[in-house]
Design a protein around this ligand. Structure first.
Ligand SMILES: [Zn+2]
Ligand SMILES: [Zn+2]
Length: 446
């Protein structure tokens, strides 16, 4: 069995507000450090990025690609050096651990049922030919693909699903960060109350949604109408260091079965033998968890927001209604009513840089934090291994500050204190608190 950590939503340097470091070799090297095995290419509608994909990637199994030159994926975390060539392929070249699948994000802004809708969708393709056709279809409809790696278009979510199906039945549409206020299928500002309202008779083709940083599977599972939808978790990284901050752990039988079709099958069917779990942010850490108004530094619970008639108590402008509020408003059952053992499990993680920064009591960007991070990767292995698997005593032996090991231990035990994010401001997770994490129980709104 081949366990793979999978991140299906990332961006390249061609997307707005994204790091110029996000080029293929850097992404592969960062995946090696993080322990990500399969990553989406991102941005495949952008002509310059698509050219890079064509030039630098080689299909190594159906719909799965690797860097033509695996040495470009340097440097490596311990244990992730270039591996021997596959016997079945016979070639003399080794390969890196990192595999790519063709996946991107688009932004649909259109009017539907008397409202302006703004929807981000993930689009996956089984091969470069399908991507070429998809890009051509968008250009035919006047979409400017050069402007942004995440292009904006006036097409509806449903039209996009139809375009994909017409090109190749293995293309696949997944609503991105489904609950965020501004650009999501269930968003408070411009979304819908159900998938059916959005995708109408094409809804059966929507088999998965991305939970986004501000919601977790437990929140999503309060909607029984999502029972047949698989929940996936991805980073939506705009910089190398954010890759894999949320991810999926899938299992494949062997190298041969590691194909795009199998990846899509596992997720689409919610195959619990193969979809082991998702790795999640504490949803409070997401920047749209609570309701609030950032300019006034006001953060409110859904109940408080309703009491204040959804207005900022300081300046009276409309609040940004967050993810929790939307989930509670659309939920039809309590957390305790969620069927047990029916869904893919999840676990929470806090990025290693944040734990190190907390231990040193300095900012994440500080040189000291970076140096310790690099040193631990070299000594112990990939970040996911450090966060999830490596025994604490071994970590204690490698860190320069014992608090780091203590923080990781607390994180694994769920001993964290969280301060919720709101209106674009990230929440804060403290792994040095002694409290056991308790999700505040939200039953229903007034
Ligand atoms: Zn997005
Ligand atoms: Zn205000």
């Amino acid at each position: 069995m081949l366990k793979q950590i999978v991140d299906l939503h990332v961006h390249s340097k061609y997307s707005r507000a994204c790091s110029p470091q996000l080029d293929l070799p850097n992404i592969a090297a960062a995946c090696n450090k993080k322990g990500i095995d399969i990553i989406a290419t991102g941005d495949f509608t952008h002509p310059a990025w698509f050219k890079r994909l064509e030039e630098n990637l080689e299909e190594t199994s159906e719909g799965v690609y690797e860097l033509r030159d695996p040495t470009l994926a340097l440097p490596f975390a311990k244990g992730r050096e270039i591996v021997a060539p596959l016997l079945s392929k016979g070639g003399g070249r080794g390969r890196s651990h990192v595999r790519f699948v063709l996946g991107t994000e688009i932004s649909c802004i259109y009017s539907h049922k008397d409202k302006t809708r703004r929807l981000h969708l993930l689009i996956f393709a089984p091969n470069l030919e399908a991507v070429r056709k998809f890009n051509a279809e968008l250009e035919k409809r006047g979409v400017n693909l050069k402007a942004d790696g995440r292009p904006i278009m006036g097409l509806s979510g449903k039209e996009i699903v139809q375009i994909c199906l017409d090109i190749d039945k293995n293309m696949w549409v997944v609503p991105a960060h489904a609950w965020t206020p501004w650009f999501a299928v269930f968003g408070s500002k411009s979304g819908y109350d159900s998938l059916e309202e959005c995708f109408e008779e094409l809804t059966p083709h929507i088999t998965a949604i991305e939970t986004g940083l501000s919601s977790d599977p437990t929140m999503n599972r309060r909607l029984s109408r999502l029972d047949n939808i698989t929940l996936i978790s991805n980073s939506d990284a705009h910089s190398l260091e954010k890759l894999g901050r949320e991810a999926n752990i899938l299992q494949f039988n062997d190298e041969e079965s590691l194909t795009y079709a199998e990846l899509k099958r596992i997720i689409t069917t919610g195959d619990r033998k193969k979809f082991l779990n998702t790795i999640e942010f504490y949803p409070e850490e997401g920047k749209y968890y609570a309701d609030g108004h950032a300019d006034c530094k006001i953060s409110l619970t859904p109940e408080e927001a309703i009491t204040n008639k959804l207005k900022c108590p300081k300046c009276q402008r409309p609040l940004t209604v967050g993810v929790l509020h939307r989930v509670v408003a659309l939920a039809d059952r309590d957390e305790k009513e969620i069927p047990k053992n029916k869904f893919i499990p999840h676990q929470y993680a806090v990025p290693l840089l944040e734990i190190i920064a907390g231990a040193f009591r300095v900012g994440v960007a500080s040189k000291k934090v970076r140096a310790e991070y690099e040193s631990l990767i070299k000594k112990l292995g990939a970040e996911f291994d450090i966060l999830l698997n490596i025994p604490i005593d071994k970590i204690e032996g490698a860190v320069s500050n014992k608090n780091i090991a203590f923080g990781i231990q607390n994180m694994r035990a769920g001993k964290v204190a969280v301060k919720p994010g709101y209106d674009g401001i990230f929440g804060v997770v403290d792994v040095f608190s002694d409290k056991k994490y308790h999700r505040p129980v939200q039953t229903s709104l007034l």
